[in-house]
Design a protein around this ligand. Structure first.
Ligand code: IPD
Ligand code: CA
Ligand code: CA
Length: 278
């Protein structure tokens, strides 16, 4: 740190340290029996979500006691929502996968400065990949720069989506899933939004959309996509805000085509268009 205070790289160092601490806790627990509790009928939480979060929050607090932290299992702590620096922490993104032993889950940590993404760290404890980004500084996987794909047509794209765990009935995304499946190389639904966004940033997926994601699901991944050269918006093409009702992330080249398709689906299925995620 220099005399003028921490730089984005100082913040990133701490974000990576915290994400790896959470990742180590998950890695240790992933082959052991899981202690699963239910937030709602289908929304799971395990002891590992809580242990990972405690380690991450302790690490962030140690370096930046004056920052606000919004963490999935603990809510808001530290200064109020007007704080200049706010950390969004998903201590285990993909809990349902983790609980079933399906090896697709991650830790996701994003730092916002005055409401804008500044730093991102996502740690995949299974592959041991660490994805990082700083605003204006590019996006990286294990310190090697990553870029979105150069595919220009949806018909030649592989895309991804997710379904909120807590919404069993009345989920309009099935209409979107159906139409995108018919018009692309396919739709993947792996169950960890942070990793879906990493896959857009790496160029494995051309696009990703979902309804009702929480700020901790997307705060880090959105910056990774942007810094890898992609675009993140809502379905109307307006700038995406974490916690907004829908996210559309892409390599930029297929963005308009995806946006046109979501608006076409909304016209065909008016119930889907007026859906408000819970
Ligand atoms: C979930 C995952 C999933 C997405 C859900 C999220 P969690 O997060 O990101 O891919 O479809 O909407 O809630 O609950 O496993 O942290
Ligand atoms: Ca999540
Ligand atoms: Ca989670």
């Amino acid at each position: 740190m220099n005399n003028s205070g921490p730089s984005p790289n100082d913040f990133l160092e701490v974000a990576v340290e915290a994400a790896r601490k959470g990742g180590a806790i998950i890695a240790e627990a992933m082959d052991l029996p899981k202690n699963v509790a239910y937030k709602t009928e289908v929304d799971l939480v395990t002891e590992t979500d809580k242990k990972s979060e405690a380690a991450i929050v302790e690490c962030l607090r140690k370096y930046f006691p004056q920052h606000a932290i919004v963490a999935e299992e603990g809510g808001i702590s530290g200064p109020d929502s007007a704080a200049k620096y706010k950390w969004y922490v998903d201590p285990l993104d993909g809990t349902t996968n983790f609980a079933h032993g399906y090896p697709v889950f991650a830790v996701s940590i994003g730092l916002f400065e005055n409401g804008q993404p500044l730093v991102a760290a996502i740690c995949n404890p299974v592959t041991r990949d660490t994805f990082t980004a700083t605003r204006g500084g590019g996006a990286y996987r294990n310190e090697k720069q990553i870029h979105v794909s150069k595919v220009e047509k949806l018909a030649k794209s592989l895309v991804a989506t997710g379904f909120p765990t807590h919404k069993r009935v009345q989920n309009p995304n099935i209409h979107y899933y159906w139409e995108f499946t018919l018009r692309s190389h396919g739709v993947r639904r792996a169950g960890a939004a942070a990793l879906d966004l990493c896959s857009v940033a790496c160029g494995h997926f051309e696009g990703f959309w979902e309804f009702g994601l929480k700020p901790w699901d997307t705060a880090a991944g959105m910056l990774l996509v942007q810094e890898a050269g992609g675009v993140v918006s809502d379905f109307a093409g307006r700038p995406y805000t974490p916690g907004g009702p829908q996210i559309l992330a892409s390599n930029g080249l297929v963005h308009e085509e995806m946006r046109e398709l979501v608006s076409e689906i909304a016209t065909m299925k008016p119930d889907a268009a007026t859906f408000v995620p819970g």
